[in-house]
Ligand binder design. Sequence first.
Ligand code: FAD
Length: 305
Amino acid sequence: MTMLGSLLLAGSRSPLARRAVSGFPLTRKVVDRFVAGESAADAVEAARRLTGSGLSVTIDHLGEEVRDSGAAVAAAKAYVSLLEALRPLGLGDRAEASVKLSAVGQALDPGLALENARQICATARECGSTVTLDMEDHTTVDATLGALRALREDFPETGVAIQAYLFRSEADCRDLAGSRVRLVKGAYAEPASVAHQRRADVDRAYVRCLRVLMAGSGYPMVATHDDRLMAIAESLAVSAGRGPDDYEFQMLYGIRADRQAALAAAGSRVRVYVPYGDDWYGYFMRRLAERPANVAFFLRALRGG
Ligand code: FAD
């Protein structure tokens, strides 16, 4: 992580920085590169467009760390409405939902968050689709995996994201080797006591986790824009006797769209993570932190370039 990246991640949790960044008149133009729009209709339109070109989608209703139970219930309702709006498209599991438990009340009341997540899973099931739980900062991992275990009793198709940068993740992958697991590098600012700090160490940990998932009986979701890791995933899949339908690649909306299309055209399953909604600040700042070129893009747009 660069010094700029660390500053941006710190800013992603600062109310002052939120007001400053959100206040720039041209910020919205840059946000639109990473976010499909504000309304469920925008998300449905993005799903229609992307699935029409051979990709699958996982849709995230933006929001995290809600502060009251009303907002948590509203977030769950937004997912239910979204899934119902997607149903006429008949996409089945080509359009699934990605859910942050903090958006449905995890920090306020884990029971409420579980109940909200259960409703989203039940609606997804009715639509022939499913849910993947996003993973947030390391203090929430045990709670998220606990909720996943509870959800999987009724909805065994529910998946979860695992962050390769955490020391614990290889063991978590072993525990989850029969599940749908989305493997990511990890997007939060984590202390050296719990997470690899050097890029090369994160990449090596990612490969160790991939080995476990590919050798297991679950469904690995290889979420990265890193060509080297994608190539390693492909060769591990072949060694494990997996065909192109036995795992998938995932990338973020607005990032490497050309690569997404090329992989799908070559016969791989590719799913795009599509965020929508007006609470884009934390998501947007994590995307800036990942890549200095994204910050340059932001600054150019602010200058009107
Ligand atoms: P990086 O090291 O950031 O990038 C690797 C390489 O990819 C770069 O060197 C470059 O060659 C290429 N690349 C990257 N961006 C671009 C670009 N804009 N244009 C051209 N090339 C580029 N994190 C979580 O903590 N929890 C989650 O639940 C979570 N869910 C995710 C879901 C999906 C589908 C994806 C793709 C990511 C998710 N993440 C999540 C974010 C993840 O943890 C990483 O922060 C993010 O994916 C960047 O890591 P990377 O693997 O792409 O590698």
